[in-house]
Design a protein around this ligand. Structure first.
Ligand code: PNS
Length: 157
């Protein structure tokens, strides 16, 4: 049976920190599904389709697929025959929230294991929210998101 993992998130938009986690998980699992949560934020910068499209363009690894999900993550994981959920941990401050989610997901579905990966140190302060804020206020974001994402952000201005 192939070892399949789900890497879930909002990805509004995908950052170089997210991509680092995708690359690391693609080395550990036979298949990784980057799963974009639908309809969480009422005012996202990018539509779900735009986010999926960008991720497909910047994640070239053959064993990485992109999907969307609604409802409970563990239901999606079971639906996709995935044994694991991958989450990136940047700093200690992420830990409490991630632990809560991992334990709740385990309670909901004990067969799905959460695996935490550490993003490279260079990305430890990155978040989609901060990048959008810096961008909207005219600050430079090159090196923080893939070039294609930066272009799409400029088109939104
Ligand atoms: O990129 P984010 O916002 O950190 O991702 C959060 C995400 C999508 C992983 C989380 O909100 C989620 O899994 N939502 C789906 C609903 C769900 O399953 N909730 C119970 C999890 S404890």
């Amino acid at each position: 049976m192939p070892r399949r993992a789900i890497y879930p998130g909002t990805f509004d938009p995908i950052t170089n920190g997210h991509l680092d986690i995708v690359e690391r998980s693609a080395k550990l699992f036979d298949e990784v599904i980057v799963a974009v949560l639908v309809n969480q934020d009422k005012h996202p910068m990018f539509s779900t389709e735009e986010r999926v499209d960008m991720i497909r363009s910047v994640a070239p690894w053959p064993n990485v697929k992109v999907g969307t999900f609604e409802g409970l993550l563990v239901h999606y994981a079971i639906d996709q025959d995935a044994q694991a959920i991958v989450r990136g941990i940047r700093a200690v401050s992420d830990y409490e929230y991630e632990l809560q989610m991992a334990l709740m997901n385990r309670r909901l579905e004990p067969s799905v294991e959460t695996v935490f990966l550490m993003a490279g140190e260079a990305y430890s302060y990155l978040s989609s929210r901060l990048i959008k804020e810096v961008f909207k206020l005219g600050g430079p974001i090159s090196g923080l998101v893939p070039e294609l994402v930066e272009e799409r952000m400029r088109e939104k201005k």
